[in-house]
Design a protein around this ligand. Structure first.
Ligand code: ADP
Ligand code: MG
Ligand code: ZN
Length: 495
């Protein structure tokens, strides 16, 4: 048992996440400046996003549409809403207020479903503008040790949707799974590129602890500055253990905003928690309320592609693997569904039964092989995956499903295809992978069974360990060319 588990035993962690998602619009939320990452600093700016006196905001319709798409994908209710000014001073915010949504967000309520089947509630998903970006120079980038700070306003005014979850998560692992799922959903809507490393998705974590089984929540701290899923997980685990230690030492947790220090692996106090009244919210006088018509909302909803949860359900069912299969989840998370779909729509690649009909389950078997290959070899080489030819992948899966290649051989051929392209049949021939089709395999199996009638009778009588005996003999008789998985399933069918 690790130290942390000892600290946490008898305690439950409660987590709610606030995720800021930059929208992939061509221009900013309230002006015509380009919304583009990685440009020369302070080149995409104008009087509006710099907050110069007299400049007036005009709402970007595309941002509203993306927000509605996100709402629909999260089972939220999109509604008439309005903008407020949230007042605070920070050098990266030239207006000294942020235009955001306060009591009436564009999307209210909702949920998403994790691959485990757990449903996590969504409280709201509202529109707001991003701030600029400061870079602290000297002192290792830490503000209090820096000699100077540089400000880039290119990001000021970039459209964001902030997605606020319910406090429904119970472990660091679940919080990471939530962000992963949310990222897949946001990418599927087309609203986001999902790039955490470029700051397109930024996560704040609210963490509290309570004695297992307690009815009410403990006091929470909000943690900022985690820029990967890994640091999100580490920060939550550190913070939960810290709170337990405070309480067990007889202290109380004070509600505050804390900063994650990646290098030191700990959170530190930043400021005591601000309340809504500190921000002096008031209705933005330069913007009218946003009232998307119900027909527009319905149209946006109808135009959404299938979301990850339904894609998992579909692939899991086609492959006979279940929607909660880890391989299925990986395929959907990485957006490799089209590889599997290519196999599903190819002619049945599988063996035939004794009377020459396609084997029951042959298609599901081929699809399951496609899921496994996509979740393993393809997932390990996403760059190669983008070049991988779909029909070629389907032919490769066909070779494995029909037993012409063993699974080890198929994996080798696939790695070569990912590496340098090419046709699976040609690569297999080049590598000297000889064909052993299902008919040949069946003949070998029958010969081996006939040669060992006593062992066969014992296996049929339930002595499972004899499977290994027969597989070994089949391997020998085929000079190593038999697909051993196919051989075991043949044995099972002969029984
Ligand atoms: P604020 O606007 O002050 O950040 P919210 O009520 O909007 O406060 O909540 C912010 C986040 O905190 C939400 O994601 C919510 O789920 C989460 N949260 C609220 N209470 C707790 C708690 N006791 N423990 C963990 N998370 C919590
Ligand atoms: Mg908050
Ligand atoms: Zn501008």
């Amino acid at each position: 048992m690790s130290g942390r588990e000892t600290v946490m035993s008898g305690w439950e962690t409660v987590i709610g996440l606030e995720v800021h998602c930059e929208l992939r619009t061509a221009t900013k939320l309230f002006c015509g400046c380009r919304n583009s990452f990685g440009q020369e600093p302070n080149t995409n700016i104008c009087p509006v996003c710099l907050g110069l006196p007299g400049a007036l905001p005009v709402l970007n319709r595309a941002a509203v549409e993306y927000a509605i798409r996100i709402g629909a994908a999260l089972n939220s209710t999109s509604q008439a809403s309005m903008f407020h000014r949230k007042n605070y001073f920070y050098p990266d915010m030239p207006k000294d207020f942020q235009i955001s949504q306060y009591d009436v967000p564009i999307n209210a309520g909702g949920w998403l479903t994790l691959p485990t089947g757990r449903r996590i509630g969504i409280e709201r998903a509202h529109l707001e503008e991003d701030t600029g970006k400061t870079t602290h120079v000297g002192g290792g980038g830490r503000i209090h040790e820096a000699t100077k700070s540089l400000v880039d306003y290119n990001r000021a005014g970039v459209p964001l949707v902030e997605i606020v979850s319910a406090p429904d998560m119970r472990s660091a692992e679940e919080a990471r799974a939530y962000v992963d799922e949310l990222r897949s959903i946001l990418v599927a809507t087309g609203a986001s590129d999902g790039k955490m490393e470029e700051g397109s998705l930024r996560v704040d974590a609210n963490v509290s602890v309570r004695v297992e089984g307690a009815a009410s929540f403990g006091t929470r701290c909000e943690i900022k500055n985690m820029n990967s899923l890994r640091s999100l997980g580490r920060a939550i685990e550190y913070e939960a253990a810290r709170q337990v230690q405070v309480i067990e030492a007889g202290g109380t947790v004070s509600q505050e905003t804390r900063h994650w220090d990646e290098g030191a692996g700990r959170t530190g106090s930043m400021r005591s928690k601000e309340e809504a009244y500190d921000y002096r919210y008031f209705p933005e006088p330069d913007l009218v309320p946003v009232e998307p018509s119900s027909s527009w909302i319905a149209e946006v909803k109808a135009g959404l592609p299938p979301m990850p949860a339904s894609r998992r359900a579909r692939l899991g069912e086609m492959a006979g693997m279940g929607a909660d299969s880890e391989a299925v989840a990986t395929v959907v998370r990485l957006g490799l569904d089209d590889l599997v779909e290519a196999v599903a729509s190819a002619p049945i690649a599988g063996g035939t039964d004794d009377v020459g009909e396609p084997q029951v389950g042959a298609r599901a078997n081929a699809i399951a092989i496609a899921v496994k290959r996509a979740a393993n070899e393809v997932a390990a080489d996403l760059e190669g995956a983008s070049r991988l030819d779909r029909p070629g992948f389907a032919r490769l899966v066909g070779l494995e499903a029909s037993g012409k290649l063993t699974s080890a051989q198929a994996r080798t051929v696939l790695r070569s295809m990912l590496d340098s392209g090419g046709d699976p049949d040609a690569i297999a021939r080049e590598l000297g992978f000889e064909a052993m089709d299902t008919g040949d395999l069946e003949n070998i199996v029958d010969a081996v069974l006939a040669a060992h009638p006593d062992e066969w009778a014992r296996l049929r009588g339930g002595e499972e360990k004899l499977t290994g005996f027969f597989v070994g003999h089949i391997k020998q008789a085929s000079e190593g060319k038999a697909d051993l998985k196919a051989a075991s399933s043949l044995l099972r069918r002969r029984r």
